[in-house]
Design a protein around this ligand. Structure first.
Ligand code: AKB
Length: 327
């Protein structure tokens, strides 16, 4: 199923820098930004120079987002007007190195918000996460303003980051926009250290005819979203008129929710011999404290958000397309 985008071309002189381009969201978002705005308008960037190979179609810059001088240099030198700041350490990896995760996730955002203020950037996109919610938050249809009590360093950094975004908008008029993403599922890049990434890995195992070992319990329900919906939401939010963006911390966003057993059973329809076993580890505790479903009415009201994919449609689409990505 192809998603119809209400595409608005940006001014030809606008230039968009994407950080963390080689990550799960970055890989597909950078490609879509090139399609929408033209490759000349996009600069992909990543910490690793090898990532350049992923972006033969647009300009690439090696960039350490914690290096304020280089970050500023590239924005000035390339006349960058918008930044999609995706570089981050995800939940599971962050628990293994909490201080590094805090430093990377927070410092880089603050550097960028300051640059947004100083250099008068047009717009900034920064992804938040359902990880801002935790033990004390309602589990079902968690609302936009539900109490946040993150139980991971990643969630703490996202909660603080949301407040910083709001602060820079209120005090310095920096037009920063954000989405609290659920678990994202795409097939164009390998799992990247997230708790929800089991739902990416399971497709690779099923297609390779291998059994799947789940690090979450069979009935652990989490909110999830197929990548084309995530890309569409990001573009919609960034293209919405400034006055429509009423939430300046981060918008709740929802598409589907399922358990490891439910996605396994969906895959079994295509691969009847597919096997799963459950071996929960430290990631179970992370997932157990997150919401099971999300209420995203504010995004629907403010910028007409509507997802297109449910579990069955996503599974069908991934299985059709994944073979060309398998190594
Ligand atoms: C993770 O699992 O860390 C991310 C997220 C939910 O933000 N996918």
């Amino acid at each position: 199923m192809a998603i119809e985008l209400d595409i608005i071309k940006i001014k030809p002189m606008d230039k968009i820098l994407v950080t963390g381009s080689a990550g799960q969201l970055g890989t597909e978002l950078t490609q879509m930004l090139c399609e929408v705005y033209g490759p000349d308008a996009i600069i992909a960037s990543d910490l690793n120079q090898e990532a350049a190979a992923k972006f033969p179609y647009c300009q690439f810059a090696k960039l350490d987002v914690m290096d304020q001088v280089s970050f500023k240099d590239i924005i000035i030198k390339e006349n960058v007007t918008q930044v999609y700041h995706l570089a981050a350490i995800l939940s599971a990896t962050a628990e293994r190195n909490p201080l590094l995760a805090w430093k990377l996730n927070m410092d880089s955002l603050l550097i960028l918000l300051e640059l947004g203020k100083e250099l008068k950037l047009d717009k900034i996109f920064w992804p938040s996460s359902i990880a801002v919610f935790g033990k004390e938050s309602p589990k079902l249809l968690t609302s936009q303003n539900a109490v946040q009590s993150p139980n991971t360093v990643y969630g703490i950094s996202k909660m603080a980051g949301e407040s910083w975004c709001d602060y820079y908008f209120q005090h310095h008029n920096v037009d920063v926009r954000s989405i609290r993403f659920p678990g994202l599922i795409g097939y164009k890049s390998k799992p990247g250290g997230g708790t929800t990434d089991y739902a990416v890995d399971i497709f690779y195992k099923a297609m390779k005819g291998l059994p799947f070992e789940s690090f979450l319990e069979k009935d652990t329900r989490l909110p999830m979203m197929y990548m084309p919906d995530a890309i569409n939401a990001t573009l919609k939010l960034m293209q919405a008129p400034k006055e429509n963006i009423k939430v300046r911390s981060s918008y709740n966003l929802a598409a589907m929710d399922f358990t490891p057993e439910e996605i396994f059973l969906e895959l079994k329809k295509y691969y009847p011999n597919f096997k799963i076993n459950y071996a929960p580890d430290y990631r179970q505790e992370i997932a157990a404290n997150w919401p099971q479903s999300i209420d995203d009415q504010r995004a629907q009201q403010d910028w007409n958000w509507l997802p297109e994919y449910d579990l069955a449609q996503m599974t069908e689409d991934i299985l059709k397309n994944l073979p060309e990505w398998l190594d």
